[in-house]
Unconditional design. Structure first.
Length: 237
């Protein structure tokens, strides 16, 4: 075996189920706890699929179809050999029209990967040190929670929303860059708009977003945050 190399192929030959229908990715291996993000990674006008199944690695599926009729083709189980820790988020943090990357770093810090390539062919390079505020304080994020990127003021590069273990959201505003390329955020709120994720034992009865109804299991406030224009009015919800 010495000197030989191996390449994973998720569909080397047709595999069918008992009804004769073909499996799309018969040797992908299945997914247990995927953390996905739909993002136009190659700037061709449609959304590709990037997901994390294992700590530190990203799986990449390219959309070879159309924006309204996606077809996802597996490309790699270890995208650009990037170490993303326990979570990841793509977004144009440098406001240059290309996607950058945030990821979890040990001791609850956030690592920043600058896109040193192009929008069509991204090349992510890790910046020196963790993501910081203007005063040099490192921004922390619990590894159990997945932050969100969204331009809450509907202009400029995205701001940062970080969930906490008590179910609250910290809001950091994007205020510029450090050394000409590393984004800088300033904390605006520890409990953004009184949003709370979790049952009453976590949020308390006065929390505006505390789930109602009966039969709730008392759990922690760990959360995954995302933002999108659900109202179709041009601003993120």
């Amino acid at each position: 075996m010495q000197g030989q190399s191996f390449e994973q192929r998720v569909a080397p030959f047709p595999v069918q189920d008992t009804t004769g229908s073909a499996y799309k990715f018969p040797f992908l291996g299945g997914l247990n706890t995927p953390r996905p993000q739909l993002v136009d990674l190659d700037d061709d006008g449609d959304l590709d699929l990037v997901l994390q199944e294992r700590r530190g690695r990203l799986i990449y599926f390219e959309n070879t179809g159309a924006p309204t009729a996606p077809t996802f083709e597996w490309r790699t189980d270890y995208f650009q050999k990037l170490d993303v820790g326990a979570w990841f988020r793509f977004g144009d943090l440098s406001d240059d029209g290309t996607l950058d990357l945030l990821a979890e770093e040990p001791i609850s810090n956030i690592r920043y990967y600058k896109n040193a390539g192009t929008a069509e062919t991204p090349d992510f390079a890790k910046a020196e040190g963790p993501l910081r505020r203007a005063d040099g304080t490192a921004i922390s994020a619990d590894r159990q929670n997945v932050p969100a990127l969204a331009a809450l003021d509907c202009s400029g590069p995205p701001d940062l929303l970080i969930g906490t273990l008590n179910g609250r959201l910290r809001y950091y505003e994007h205020t510029g860059t450090r050394d000409g390329e590393i984004p800088v955020f300033e904390k605006v709120a520890d409990e953004y708009q009184d949003v709370c994720v979790g049952p009453e034992n976590v949020c308390g009865g006065s929390a505006s977003s505390s789930p109602g109804g009966s039969g709730l299991t008392e759990r922690h406030g760990a959360n995954v945050v995302t933002a999108g224009d659900l109202g179709g009015d041009g601003d993120p919800d």
